[in-house]
Write a protein that binds this ligand. Structure first.
Ligand code: IDP
Length: 160
């Protein structure tokens, strides 16, 4: 008989998604969560948090030398963010495809069905985050969901 891969044995992958402050402020949470489930992702875990400056700087450390870094930190700390762990086969690449290109204003033309086209505004205020590799996904998931020992503090992101 032909080899068969059932859903039960298919290799699942996890990625980190964030609804950024503009997305929450503009009430896009339901629209984004519908796109998430319609595309076959499962939300394994979620947290609503207010990032402080240290947490935002540390999360985006790879961009620390870029000219837009201080604006990015200001943006990401401007209001609460919704952090989600998404699971599906090929989750990292498929979530990046679903959110679309970084510049939301360009995405509106080139990728009109992407989340950033529908919910974002411009190069900075693009509404959502997605890990860019499996390695980033693992780092970012443990950044927000690491087991905390009692009394170890809030790690700079206060639960809301
Ligand atoms: P990505 O989120 O699509 O992976 P990155 O290059 O990793 O894009 O940039 C991280 C975030 O920084 C972007 O999502 C966006 O919010 C912001 N950003 C990126 N490039 C610029 C820029 O040139 N000006 C202002 N903000 C930027």
């Amino acid at each position: 008989s032909l080899p068969c891969r059932s859903d039960a044995t298919a290799e699942k992958e996890m990625t980190l998604a964030i609804i950024k402050p503009d997305g929450l402020y503009d009430n896009y949470t339901d629209k984004i969560k519908n796109a998430i489930s319609d595309s076959g992702f499962r939300i394994l875990n979620e947290r609503l948090v207010q990032l402080d400056e240290d947490a935002a700087m540390s999360f985006y450390a790879e961009h620390s030398s870029r000219s837009f870094f201080s604006d990015l930190v200001k943006y990401m700390t401007s209001g609460p963010v919704l952090i989600m762990v998404l699971e599906k086969e090929n989750a990292v690449a498929d979530w990046r495809t679903l959110i679309g290109p970084t510049d939301a204003s360009k995405a509106k033309i080139t990728h009109p069905n992407s989340i950033r086209a529908m919910c974002g505004k411009d190069l900075q205020r693009n509404c959502v985050h997605g890990s860019d590799s499996l390695q980033s996904a693992q780092r970012e998931i443990s950044f927000f969901f690491k087991e905390k020992s009692p009394g170890s503090g809030s790690m700079g992101h206060d639960e809301l």
